[in-house]
Design a binder for this molecule. Structure first.
Ligand code: DI6
Ligand code: FE
Length: 395
């Protein structure tokens, strides 16, 4: 064995709860977990780290972000504080289109440079895998540029990136009144060109985004290209995009504030993960909460993510999302912690690779200076990280 972390309290996230192992150990070889279990039965290793009773969780997974983008929209937020609505700003040419203009003007290197401080903030809190969407380029070249910038971050930091094509994020001005023609561009040009660069395809199924029929055209093109799908669904209204996503075997349906029992039942049958985004709910001062009780009753896996984006969720704190998931949406400590580990991994189709402390998976760990796992959900604005490990190496 290359390295052994011993005398630790493990929250493996296996089973249905936290999968706790008191006085446990984790050994790795070639970046993979080779042993998880009692310290008393741990194998020898070239390097041994005595964790002195510290807690170890799987590396945290932020499964829904718009981390790569250019520009700044704090001035729009000041307008929203003065009573101008998100929709009014969008109709006046601000919102996503404002970020689109800045992102089109930025080259790949500038997008990487702009994303790095946001990425570093997430890594400092123990994130080892991050999902990053395109969606602010809205032309073939600019969407591919965004996906390349997302991928390039893996060369800049010790992080795994899952890249998602979100060409169907908003209608660019040059396609005003021609939404179906833009959906042609997404379906017939962007998706085929993104094969090999994107790991999944997403869309914004909403009144101010794309209709279920247009979303389905995007899904059909993704299926033809062999790419899995996920969906921004039921964020602002009930269009039943979540049911459509489930019908296409989506990895996840995200937001879900307006999802109903039919949507939840469809998600349960398809194994589609519910990704809840409390940062957007909070920042937009929404009042409609996602149907957590329905999700529980039907056994839908719940994940949590930052939705890091300049318009509705300008946060780079996944730990804060843990607290908001519990405080705002009523998640339990176990649900919140599983939401940024094992369930977040499933939302990215990476359940066999990351998300739990099990032999054979990537050795992505976080050591925490906490007394109990609940400390990670309870505290607001406090980071008890002791060490972050990616592929068996401290980073
Ligand atoms: N839903 C959201 O909350 C973000 N995108 C989406 O589909 C908003 C993105 C932005 O305002 O820049
Ligand atoms: Fe989003």
């Amino acid at each position: 064995m290359d390295r052994l972390w011993t005398h630790a309290r493990l929250a493996t996230m296996t089973g249905d709860g936290l999968g706790i192992v008191e006085d446990g150990a984790i050994a790795c070889r070639d970046g993979r977990i080779a042993y998880v279990g009692p310290a008393s039965r741990a194998p020898d290793a070239a390097e041994t780290i005595d964790c002195a009773g510290r807690w170890i969780t799987p590396g945290l997974i932020d499964c829904h972000t718009h981390l790569v983008h250019a520009g700044n929209r704090s001035s729009e937020w000041a307008m929203r504080l003065a009573g101008v609505s998100y929709e009014e700003i969008a109709r006046a040419g601000g919102g996503i289109v404002a970020t689109m203009r800045a992102t089109r003007a930025a080259d790949e290197a500038a997008l990487v440079a702009a994303a790095l401080p946001r990425l570093d903030a997430l890594l400092a809190e123990g994130v080892t895998t991050i999902e990053i969407k395109s969606g602010y380029g809205l032309t073939l070249d600019d969407e591919l540029k965004m996906l390349r910038a997302a991928r390039a971050l893996e060369g800049e930091r010790a992080v795994r990136v899952a890249a998602t094509l979100l060409g169907a994020h908003a209608l660019p001005p040059e396609y005003a009144g021609r939404a179906d023609a833009y959906v042609d561009l997404v379906s017939e040009a962007m998706i085929p060109a993104a094969v090999g660069l994107a790991d999944a395809v997403d869309a914004f199924c909403e009144g101010i985004g794309f209709s279920p029929a247009q979303t389905e055209r995007v899904f059909r093109a993704a299926r033809t290209a062999g790419l899995p799908v996920k969906l921004h669904a039921e964020q602002l209204s009930a269009l039943h995009g979540a049911s459509l996503a489930a019908a296409y075997g989506a990895l996840s349906a995200d937001h879900l504030e307006h999802a109903d029992e039919a949507d939840v039942r469809a998600m349960a049958e398809a194994g589609t993960v519910a990704v809840l985004l409390p940062g957007a709910y909070y920042f937009m001062r929404e009042t409609q909460k996602p149907p957590v009780d329905l999700l529980r009753r039907h056994g839908v896996a719940i994940a949590l993510a930052t939705d890091c984006n300049p318009g509705t969720s300008p946060t780079t704190s996944l730990l804060l999302m843990l607290n908001m998931g519990a405080t705002l949406f009523g998640l339990t400590v176990e649900e919140a912690l599983r939401g940024v580990t094992v369930h977040a991994a499933r939302a990215l189709g990476l359940g066999g690779e990351i998300g739990t402390l099990e032999a054979g998976k990537a050795c992505d760990l976080v050591l925490w200076d906490i007394s109990e796992p609940a400390d990670l959900v309870y505290r607001i604005g406090f980071n008890p990280l002791s060490a972050r490990v990616k592929d068996g190496r401290c980073c």
